[in-house]
Write a protein that binds this ligand. Structure first.
Ligand code: CAA
Length: 262
């Protein structure tokens, strides 16, 4: 897979996607979003069996993604903006609903659309140089890629409003303390730490992780009854997989299971 604005590298079951427009701090223009849409679609269709974890990060050492591309957006009218928001929502939903975990390695600025991408990921880890935030109100707009809604679910209503209204940049430690990200690592160690986490997840039963993701993602906005039903269905389904047989057999025989994703 080769793209103009993304670098895509595979190592075994792990795929690293790097936003690669360093001159604009990896700002998201429509063509980058379309490339990400096509890349994620390919991973979840043609490369489904080979893909267990995806890592997202940014090129250039300064930014993860500094937001949607302001140069492109500056000439938008109402309809263009609505279309752009629809594209952003579609791509971020592909992350949130992917059958594999997606990890954000926040190696610098994660602002606006960059912070929203991070919010759509399953897990987020940051370098101690990272700065996060939703500065859209400074531009006379609001987050448009699902940020308002994912942010309130992540940090609560009052904190989300503080972040969106005030537009302040949040350093990595504060981001961890308010639950925006999970852990902070020294800048030079971020890549190896996140790769280690990805390898750890890639060794687990992929269909079980996929169902755990689906049930927690879909169940979050359902009633407790409906969410419990999703869990019961998924639990039952997994007993039809080779991985369940292998996992339980290995436990009983005190050996390590090799999961096949079947
Ligand atoms: N869009 C387009 N270009 C951007 C950009 C963005 N979001 N962020 C940075 N750039 C460009 C700058 O214009 C600059 O280009 P030139 O060299 O051609 O001037 C280059 O990247 C480097 O940026 P700076 O010189 O500004 O670097 P800095 O270190 O002084 O500041 C920064 C870094 C604080 C991140 C600053 O660039 C900044 O504030 N960027 C914009 C952040 C922002 O507002 N993001 C939200 C966008 S709106 C959005 O995302 C909407 C949505 O939800 C869909």
């Amino acid at each position: 897979m080769t793209y103009e604005n993304l670098l895509v590298e595979r190592e075994g079951f792990i795929v690293k996607i790097t936003f690669n427009r360093p001159k604009t701090l990896n700002a998201l223009n429509s063509s980058t979003l379309r490339e990400l849409e096509s890349c994620l679609t390919r991973l979840r269709r043609e490369e489904k069996d080979q893909t267990r974890v995806v890592i997202l990060t940014g090129a250039g050492g300064k930014a993860f993604v500094a937001g949607a591309d302001i140069s492109e957006m500056s000439s938008f009218g109402v309809d263009d903006a609505r279309e752009f928001a629809e594209l952003g929502h579609r791509v971020l939903d592909l992350i949130a609903e992917a059958p594999f975990p997606v990890i954000a390695a926040i190696n610098g600025f994660a602002l606006g659309g960059g912070c929203e991408i991070m919010l759509a990921c399953d897990l987020a880890y940051a370098s101690d140089r990272a700065k996060l935030g939703q500065p859209e109100v400074n531009l006379g707009v609001i987050p448009g890629f699902g940020g308002t809604q994912r942010l309130i679910r992540r940090v609560g209503l009052a904190r989300a409003r503080e972040i969106v209204y005030g537009c302040d940049m949040i350093d990595a430690e504060k981001a961890r303390d308010i639950g925006l990200i999970l852990e902070v690592f020294p800048h030079d160690e971020l890549e190896s730490k996140v790769t280690g986490i990805a390898q750890h997840l890639a060794s687990k039963a992929p269909l079980a992780i996929s169902q755990a993701k689906r049930v927690t993602e879909k169940g979050y906005d359902e009633s407790l009854w409906a969410a419990h039903e999703l869990e019961r269905q998924a639990f039952g389904l997994l007993f039809g997989t080779e991985d369940q047989t292998a996992g339980m057999k290995s436990f009983l025989e005190k050996t390590k299971a090799e999961f096949k994703g079947r």
